[in-house]
Design a protein around this ligand. Structure first.
Ligand code: UDP
Length: 452
């Protein structure tokens, strides 16, 4: 039988073993329920990136700490991507700022897999994973790529009493920037922060976060409202995220109360708050505080606490809303912004961090100073009151996400970075390879229009 050369090449490609890589996310379990205490953007990022990288030909192992004895030790997401929960301390929830003491055990558990799989590249997420990566690098030849997700230097600016772990965190965040093969900043704003607050040394590439466009896309608004029991005439403001004081839900509730009290007929105004909480946890305290505030402000009839909602139903909430508000005090990226925009919902967000990058004022929503109740009320009111303008914002919002923030595109850039990193490590002598041009439109740099 004659085999054509093309066929030969194809069959040898199919048989080529996949390169194993490790993603480490010590507290952000990629297989966890999202939207509960401490399970947010980082979990989504690692899971989506891991699965997309496996579709691009990598064998992906994602490591996290086992925080519940009922959780499986290994969760297989597809034949080429799994979450592995490592033993590091008791199998119970431990808040992030008390986790560091368990990291040496995490390293020990990880090294058993490293011995078997021999990962040449580790992508670490959050500073404690960076510490794990740096420890592994002391005894193994591995390339480190790091994504911060949150930056101590920014966080501690607004915290009056620094926790005792602060000095260690700041030192590790500097060390990883200076020693990793490359840092992935998720926005140009994050890159600037790293340069001004952490170090001039080290390499940074900007690769944004993404969203799943198969899930988050425009669907008919009235259908979504019907499904959620909202009326076509309702004016709906939406919050999606964790219950954490730094998310600024208080600012939004107070802003909504201003709109409510200045409205001639507030009966159609609705504030929908999506996010899970557990009564015995810190997020339970914050939810209680917010519920009390809602009652004190006399707006309880207009506020709906929807609880945790999975990504399967979240597009309904985004679509049903007239405005999605993101009142965070700080946000390194803010996945909720691009999820809402992908569904064609304008965003009113704090003018901070990654939100400055994703939300284009006057084009896809509005940016206002963080914690400024009056400014949030005014911006949300402007969108609610101007249907024609809101329609334009909706169109531009979904276009912007489609062009720039798909997980497929983001993962293709990460995959390219990994390949270059591995090639550079073989070539040695400080060789730096340029990023490959990506086939889709690069990050948008539409100039921000002023609010006025
Ligand atoms: N989320 C969710 N269900 C909820 C609340 C939040 O799936 O009930 C998801 C949300 O869709 C987003 C993530 O949690 O993907 C939050 O990420 P973001 O970057 O906005 O904030 P973080 O939690 O990282 O501070």
């Amino acid at each position: 039988m004659v085999i054509s050369p093309e066929k030969n090449v194809k069959s040898s490609i199919q048989k080529a073993p996949r390169q194993s890589i490790a993603l480490i996310s010590e507290h952000g379990d990629p297989a966890a329920e999202i939207g509960r205490e401490e399970a947010g953007g980082q979990n989504v990022y690692v899971r989506q990136v891991g699965e997309a990288l496996s579709r691009l030909g990598w064998q992906v192992d994602m490591f996290t700490r086992k925080a519940n004895p009922d959780d499986a030790t290994i969760v297989q997401h597809n034949p080429h991507c799994r979450t592995i929960r490592l033993k590091a301390g008791a199998e119970e929830f431990v808040p992030r700022d008390q986790l560091f003491e368990f990291m040496p055990e995490f390293v020990e558990s990880f090294l058993k897999y490293q011995a078997k799989q021999n990962y040449p590249l580790i992508h670490t997420n959050y500073w404690m994973s960076a510490w794990v990566g740096l420890e592994v690098q002391k005894t193994h030849n591995v390339e480190l790529i790091h994504t911060y997700h949150s930056l101590g230097a920014v966080k501690y600016q607004s915290v009056p009493n620094r926790p005792t772990i602060a000095e260690t965190r700041l030192a590790v965040e500097k060390q990883i920037l200076e020693q990793a093969r490359c840092i992935v900043a998720t926005s140009p704003q994050e890159e600037m922060m790293l340069r001004s607050l952490v170090s001039d040394a080290g390499r940074i590439e900007v690769i944004p976060c993404g969203t799943d466009l198969k899930r988050f896309h425009v669907i008919p608004k009235l259908d979504a409202r019907k499904e959620l029991g909202l009326k076509p005439t309702d004016e709906v403001v939406l919050y999606v995220g964790r219950f954490d004081p730094r998310k600024g839900i208080e600012t939004l509730v107070r802003a909504f109360a201003l709109i409510h009290h200045s409205s001639a007929d507030p009966s159609n105004l609705k504030l929908v708050i999506v996010g899970g909480s557990a009564a015995d946890k810190l997020d339970g305290d914050e939810r209680q505080r917010i519920e009390q505030l809602v009652a004190d402000l006399g707006i309880a009839e207009n506020v709906i606490f929807a609880g945790r909602v999975g990504h399967d139903r979240l597009p309904l909430y985004y679509t049903a809303a007239d405005v999605c508000a993101i009142p965070s005090h700080y946000e390194p990226f803010g996945l909720v912004a691009i999820e809402a925009m992908a569904c064609g919902t304008p965003v009113v967000a704090s003018d901070v961090g990654g939100l400055k990058f994703t939300v284009v004022p006057g084009e896809t929503g509005l940016l206002v100073p963080p914690q400024d109740t009056a400014a949030f009320a005014e911006a949300i009111g402007r969108i609610l009151d101007d249907e024609l303008w809101a329609r334009k914002l909706r169109k531009r919002a979904s276009e912007r996400v489609q062009q720039n923030f798909s997980w497929t595109g983001v993962s293709a850039q990460l995959s390219d970075l990994y390949r270059r990193s591995l090639a550079e490590s073989i070539m040695g002598d400080g060789v730096i390879l340029a990023p490959r041009k990506v086939a889709y439109s690069r990050v948008n740099t539409i100039p921000a229009k002023s609010l006025t």
